[in-house]
Design a protein around this ligand. Structure first.
Ligand code: UTP
Length: 404
């Protein structure tokens, strides 16, 4: 039978200023005690310090990053695609699909990839991704590996869904699932919330946790593991993953990573701004940028491109990032909690803690910013209606010639 070390749990919590989590512990059943103690022991308490550190970050020396424009790419399309396809064929490239998010703004009861974006027929977001992935695999004559990151909340349903659909024609043996880590949520003073007498409020630790979680699985230590990983968000229905052109440019230019970027529609569009900071590639999140602008702390003149969460990382460069943990971002949210009774707040009452994929870009020595055209490659589904929504994504798919 599993057991827990009460004095150790108590010591850890006392040192972390979180001893309130043991209030009422003696009233719990043995099974509940075990559950709570296990959740506490799995917390990475360094997130709080890393979040505090991030607040002091400055961007005094930002500058525009060179953009590899669509016109330049077009002139060399054939040569670049050949480089990309031969690298994919040689097993050098894999894909990572980030599916661990909770999709709170969309509010669907199921994982976002399972959302039906069709109008007259069923077309899941996953099916659109796999359609493109199958096309590339066919052109490259290689079932390149696909690593799918899920969370403890949606992992089982995503796996069951994709298996039932036979991975939409993709080779099953090339598909690998892994589950991301969780982070606790706190009140505005930093005290961890409980969800029930014997459990904490936990949420997935952000889309930046993918590399450490994937590295832990051992997949990347296998002899036939790829050298490059194309990491993408699942909620862009026009996402081109393992695009031979993008692979070709990044490899030929010998960059540490590549990022697909799009010209922002307005300076305040809600996507991260790509630039250089002290000679390194950098991405400033839109909410951080708002604050910096308000404080007159930056000038973003000449910086017009944002990231779409489609990056190609060289694994040997990524391995270096493991030695120092990523920064942690705090997001203010309404968080239901338990403190002897259950509460469902009407206003924001705490923080969730997340690592972001954009911070991995900053750890790279160089980043090739590859321009894409919005109408061809960027239709994110964040909301039901309005900007970046099911509605706008459907319109863009129809305009791109999809039969919905
Ligand atoms: P978002 O950051 O937009 O989050 O995800 P979300 O969960 O889809 O939506 P909201 O913010 O709750 O409304 C961008 C991509 O990163 C993945 C998502 O699944 C999506 O593909 N993601 C996000 C993760 O894989 N894990 C996370 O912890 C967060």
């Amino acid at each position: 039978m599993m057991t827990y070390d009460y004095p150790k749990v108590e010591k850890i919590l006392r040192e972390a200023g979180q001893i309130h989590l043991l209030d009422g512990f003696e009233m719990l059943s043995e099974e509940e005690k075990m559950r709570l103690a296990t959740e506490i022991m799995e917390i990475d308490f360094s997130i709080f310090e890393r979040a505090a550190h991030l607040e002091k970050k400055t961007y005094e020396h930002i500058a525009p990053i060179p953009i590899f424009s669509t016109e330049t790419v077009e002139k060399e399309r054939e040569e670049l695609e050949t480089i990309g396809l031969s690298a994919i064929h040689a097993g050098k490239v894999g894909a990572v699909l980030l599916c661990g998010g909770q999709g709170t703004r969309l509010g669907s009861p199921h994982a976002k990839g399972m959302y039906n974006i069709g109008i007259t027929k069923e077309i899941s977001i996953f099916s659109l991704h796999f359609r493109y992935l199958c096309e590339v695999a066919k052109r490259a004559e290689k079932w390149f590996p696909i690593y799918i990151m899920t969370s403890i909340y949606n992992g089982a349903e995503i796996e069951a869904f994709l298996k039932e659909k036979n991975f939409f024609g993709y080779e099953a043996s090339a598909i690998h699932f892994f589950v991301q880590k969780m982070a606790p949520a706190t009140d505005l003073e930093g005290k961890i919330y409980k969800e029930s007498p014997s459990s904490l409020v936990l949420s997935p630790d952000g889309n930046g946790g993918w590399f450490s979680a994937l590295a832990e699985t051992g997949y990347l230590d296998k002899q036939d593991a790829p050298e490059w990983l194309n990491v993408i968000s699942i909620d862009n229905v026009l996402q081109k993953t393992v695009d031979p052109l993008f692979v070709g440019v990044t490899l030929r230019e010998n960059a540490a990573c590549g990022a697909k970027v799009v010209r922002k529609v307005t300076p305040d569009e809600k996507i991260g701004l790509i630039c250089e900071n002290e000679g390194h590639p950098a991405v400033i999140e839109y909410y951080e940028l708002d604050k910096l602008k308000k404080d007159n702390a930056v000038s973003t003149d000449g910086m017009e491109y944002g990231v779409i969460l489609n990056y190609l990382f060289r694994i040997s460069e990524m391995a270096k990032t493991l030695s120092a943990k990523l920064p942690v971002h705090k997001a203010r949210k309404k968080i239901p909690y338990y403190d002897g009774e259950y509460h469902k707040p009407e206003t924001e009452n705490g923080y969730k803690y997340e690592m972001l994929a954009t911070d991995l870009v900053e750890r790279m020595d160089s980043c090739l910013a590859f321009e894409i055209l919005r109408e061809k490659e960027f239709a994110p589904v964040k909301n039901c209606t309005g900007v970046d929504s099911v509605e706008s994504a459907r319109e863009m798919l129809l305009r791109a010639g999809f039969d919905l």
